[in-house]
Design a protein around this ligand. Structure first.
Ligand code: ZN
Length: 92
């Protein structure tokens, strides 16, 4: 796995888990969020821009389907700003 993909995968995993904890009030990630996580990981692994890719949500090809794209944007909005202080998002 490419290091960029591994890093983005890890960050998305943290974001979705935090989102579920915060918004869905679960102790463990719920099936909806798990599905979103599986989906984003699958998209990451098949991304054609591995070597020089933008963060998936900013990616121009929008390989996410509309429904999942809306969900991941909501996750980014909800937990993204908090995470700037605890995670090196600037290195993405
Ligand atoms: Zn959830």
């Amino acid at each position: 796995m490419h290091p960029r993909v591994a890093r983005e995968k890890r960050i998305i995993e943290i974001m979705i888990t935090n989102f579920c904890l915060d918004v869905h009030k679960r102790f463990e990630i719920c099936s909806d969020c798990q599905e979103l996580l599986n989906y984003t990981e699958k998209r990451l692994l098949t991304c054609p821009f591995i070597e020089n890719k933008p963060v998936c949500v900013n990616c121009e090809i929008h390989c996410y389907n509309k429904n999942q794209q809306d969900k991941i944007k909501l996750v980014m909005r909800t937990v993204g700003s908090k995470m700037i202080y605890t995670n090196p998002l600037d290195t993405l």
